[in-house]
Ligand binder design. Structure first.
Ligand code: 4AD
Ligand code: MG
Length: 429
């Protein structure tokens, strides 16, 4: 039976067998130190020349970086070792001697690493990021599942847009035109009228010509949608969810955060409630900081960063001008020039991680918006139906997974947050 490195703590002073890759080897003449990994963790194997057969000693010497092998040995507790254990190797069986590995220990440029992304993900740092990504997904789902939400899957091929027509990914659906989904929201609104509280988790696509550290062409979104929940109730779910996610990563990914060198103190602050400022107040804050900004314009990355720096946790910016937001957002009844929406801006310059709003529930206003936004009433007839048959106040939001991973991991760019990034000018591997 094979053991894993993550399970070594259950086998102290016992003999184990594991399937591993060797990522580094040092030798002092009489002792070989094999750095081994199996995906679940890393451990150092120690081979002493006069304690193993000469053939085993020689086979170990022939191991190149990334060679695969079975290893037998006795587990020894060692508090100095990063994993807490070492393996006194008694036997090895080579599975495959790797060719010269392209990702050597020297520094490589980003393009080279992205070209070798299929191998790059084996590195300790990339593994840590992907583990944290998995923990973030797990904690989001466990939070929502235990808060009365049902997972619902919207389609990926869609006949119309959700977030404006400028960055749609066009494709053919036999003889018809189709688009890869930009957001599952409109379908989730239908689902909320059937199941009450729902969320989707899936890939979304935006043909954005933006080459920034926050933009991907293909990214994953979690989109909760709730019947009978208003703007304020929407914000409460968001801040509780994000608090839960950050605290789960802190509790369950200590080693990974350490590998990344993440400043944990910045994450420990992240507890609900989060501050809320209106768009109006945000504009005032920018102007006070000497930035030229006109009411009615949208914030760019530098504006978001400047605003976020004034807080030690994520901040909601609420009630943006109606004109710069999506067609489905409900206007503030006392002030129709702004909508009941909020963007959640992460600290440390990571920008918007959530966009959400209360939705229009009045069929007449929605039809008016179709006209204003040049959307075909026929394409959206089904969406209008949701307002004809038992319309209710409802709200929802979309959390961008990659930007959330980038923030929690403290990464410079979203390209490292997803196993195989799709970016402007890159679709390989
Ligand atoms: O603000 P957005 O466009 O909102 C929507 O799509 C709504 N329909 C969601 C909803 O209410 N159900 O996108 C939501 C989030 C953003 O806050 C951001 O985190 C992420 O998706 N996002 C991107 N992430 C990476 N690359 C891109 N190109 C992104 N565009 C948006
Ligand atoms: Mg947005």
């Amino acid at each position: 039976m094979l053991t894993t490195i993550a399970n070594l703590h259950k086998h102290i002073d016992e003999e184990v067998k594991m399937g591993v890759w060797m990522y580094n080897r040092r030798s002092s003449g009489k002792i070989q130190f094999l750095q081994l990994r199996d995906g679940s963790g890393t451990v150092q194997g120690v081979l002493v020349k006069n304690q193993v057969d000469a053939s085993i000693w020689d086979e170990a010497k022939s191991l190149t970086q990334e060679s695969s092998l079975y290893v037998w040995g006795k587990v020894r507790k060692d508090d100095r070792a990063p994993s807490g254990f070492e393996l006194d190797v008694t036997n090895i069986e080579v599975i495959h001697i790797a060719e010269e590995y392209p990702i050597a220990k020297k520094e490589h440029g980003v393009d080279f690493l992205l070209d070798h992304r299929h191998l790059w993900i084996r590195s300790e740092r990339q593994r840590a990021i992907l583990k944290i990504r998995a923990e973030i997904i797990r904690s989001i789902q466990s939070f929502l599942d235990s808060d009365g939400f049902s997972l619902v899957d919207p389609p990926v091929l869609t006949p119309s847009s959700c977030e404006g027509t400028t960055n749609l990914f066009h494709t053919k659906y036999f003889d018809e035109d189709a688009y890869l989904t930009q957001s599952g929201q409109l379908y989730m609104e239908a689902a909320a009228m059937a199941l009450g509280r729902v969320y989707s988790f899936g890939p979304t696509f935006r043909a954005e010509k933006s080459k920034t550290r926050r933009h991907l062409i293909e990214f994953w979104m979690i989109e909760p949608e709730m019947a009978f929940v208003d703007h304020e109730g929407n914000l409460e779910v968001q801040e509780k969810l994000v608090t839960h996610v950050v605290q789960s990563v802190l509790a369950n990914c200590k080693l990974e955060l350490k590998v990344l060198g993440r400043d944990i103190s910045k994450l420990e602050n992240i507890k609900a409630p989060f501050p809320r400022i209106t768009y109006d107040e945000a504009v005032e804050r920018l102007q006070k900081a000497g930035v030229e900004f006109t009411w009615g314009d949208d914030f760019g990355a530098p504006h978001e960063t400047l605003l976020a720096e004034q807080f030690d946790r994520p901040v909601f910016i609420t009630e943006y001008p109606t004109n710069i937001k999506a067609f489905y957002m409900k206007p503030n009844p006392n002030r129709p020039e702004v909508v009941l929406c909020a963007d959640m801006i992460a600290p440390e310059g990571y920008g918007e991680i959530i966009g959400g709003s209360q939705r229009i529930d009045d069929p007449e206003l929605l039809e008016k918006r179709f006209k204003e936004h040049d959307l075909s009433a026929q394409d959206y007839a089904w969406y209008l139906d949701l307002r004809k048959y038992g319309s209710v106040p409802h709200s929802g939001f979309g959390l961008g997974l990659e930007r959330t991973v980038a923030w929690i991991c403290g990464l410079e760019h979203v390209r490292e947050t997803i196993p195989f990034p799709r970016m402007l000018n890159r679709m390989y591997p």
